[in-house]
Write a protein that binds this ligand. Structure first.
Ligand code: HEM
Length: 429
């Protein structure tokens, strides 16, 4: 009974390549063959990883206390985020940071950042070509980076912002290539030269710039999230030290920039392929009505989940779907599969925001932000940013697709991304 669920029998190298190169066909073929729960073997992992898509199983995984981080997260992220990143700490250390970092990401606080997003988007849209095709995804990356630099890091000086943006863009580009990802898997399995070593000098350069911002905000706190981090106190009354603040800033940047940009690019891709939805949304935006806008964001994150996996290592046995998974098993929701279950979402591949009108997404059947004590800290911020950016763009521009075919999924770093960057043709409204 405690045998892991069945899964593909190909060697780990083949399964890894299928996952890296054709993730959707890999996931869908596993579901067809093995059902809700199956085990995959990836290169660099000592044991198979179990994938789940049944909401009750996902609930069980995320609500059992004490589960730990999935393997490999520290190895991949620590060199960039630093050892005290919220994404890498466990247990009490993790919870203490979550408590301290959560307030600025909640409720009314978000309202204060809406104006920043609106301003950044308005300026960005002004520079768009008219009547000729361009890729939206990089434009959304520029928006979300600028929003983080302003709302989270609070960098007000435009020259400094440009310098920091340039360094961070180079760092992010350096860490997101498939070659580097594959190199990391080989490094983990066989050792050798660390594929991230080449980025060390750039990281130091960025640290100096961040250090200056941290020092300024300690001396003169403002409304940005960095100011809230330097003035917040742990339960014992101690503040975060500079090194840790730096780690959390890099964490917020890496967790919040590419993800939100990709969510926006997918939303536009879906809208462009469904002109009646685009039309209804534009009318709702013009009327200042938010309900449909919220439903569009929920439906886009369902049908095109940006982050495909958000796993845990079991601290104790877990019973799911007739299997008894032993402690120390690595288990993750296959988010794409969880979101395309016909029992939860009739006609699961149809883009239909109406399904969320009057129905908030169900906690464990809709998991674009993961769940439990590690659920995305920036979820409310990301949804706010997506809503404000969508509305602002639709108020200013008409959009039509530059190609007939919908975007295919490209696995990029830890995200599922639109393969050709969502090509559009924009016109003035
Ligand atoms: C559409 C955009 C976004 C998506 C799809 C997304 C998704 C996720 C997912 C799947 C996780 C892992 C959850 C888990 O392991 O259960 C996560 C964690 C996290 N995200 Fe996001 N995220 C987004 C935007 C943001 C933004 C804007 C920020 C902050 C500015 C942010 C900050 C974080 C942090 C700090 C964590 C770690 C939480 C922890 O370990 O306690 N994310 N996110």
């Amino acid at each position: 009974m405690s045998a892991l669920p069945p899964g593909p029998s190909e060697p780990p190298l083949v399964q890894t390549l299928r996952w890296l190169l054709r993730p959707i066909s890999f996931l869908e073929s596993c579901r067809r063959r093995y059902g809700d729960t199956f085990s995959v073997s990836f290169l660099g992992f000592q044991t198979p990883m179990v994938m789940l898509s049944d909401p009750e199983a996902i609930r069980a995984l995320y609500t059992v206390p004490g589960n730990t981080l999935p393997p490999g997260r520290t190895l991949a992220l620590q060199p960039i985020m630093g050892s005290r990143s919220l994404l890498l700490l466990e247990g009490r250390e993790h919870l203490a940071r979550r408590k301290l970092m959560l307030p600025p990401f909640h409720g009314e606080r978000m309202r204060a950042y809406e104006a920043t997003v609106r301003e950044v988007v308005a300026r960005e849209v002004d520079g768009w070509p008219e009547g000729e095709a361009f890729a939206l995804h990089p434009r959304m990356q520029a928006v979300t980076l600028e929003v983080i630099l302003r709302a989270v890091f609070g960098v007000t000086d435009p020259a400094r912002r440009a310098q920091l943006a340039d360094g961070l863009e180079r760092l992010l580009a350096g860490t997101s290539s498939s070659r580097l990802q594959f190199g990391m898997l080989l490094f983990r399995r066989f050792g050798g030269r660390d594929p991230l070593a080449g980025l060390a000098a750039l990281r130091r350069e960025i640290d100096v710039m961040l250090g200056a911002e941290i020092a300024e905000r300690r001396a003169d706190p403002r409304e940005d999230i960095l100011s809230l981090l330097v003035t917040a106190r742990f339960e014992d009354g101690e503040p975060m030290d500079d090194q840790e603040v730096r780690d959390q800033l890099m964490t917020l940047l890496l967790a919040g920039h590419e993800t939100t940009a990709t969510g926006l690019a997918w939303t536009f891709d879906l809208l462009l392929r469904h002109p009646h939805v685009l039309e209804r949304l534009a009318a709702a935006v013009d009327a200042g009505e938010e309900t449909y806008l919220r439903a569009v964001v929920s439906e886009s994150l369902r049908l095109r989940p940006v982050v495909p996996l958000a796993g845990r290592r079991l601290s104790q046995e877990l019973r799911v779907n007739g299997h008894v998974l032993p402690a120390d098993t690595d288990v993750t929701p296959a988010i794409w599969l969880a979101h395309t279950r016909p029992d939860r979402y009739p006609e699961p591949y149809a883009f239909r925001p109406e399904r969320f009108l009057g129905n908030a997404p169900a906690t464990y059947a809709w998991v674009p932000f993961g769940g439990g004590v590690r659920r995305c800290l920036g979820a409310a911020f990301a949804e706010m940013e997506m809503r404000v950016a969508l509305a602002e763009i639709l108020r200013r521009r008409t959009l039509r697709p530059a190609s007939a075919a919908a975007e295919r999924v490209l696995r990029r770093n830890v995200t599922f991304s639109p393969r050709t960057g969502t090509q559009v043709i924009a016109g003035r409204r």
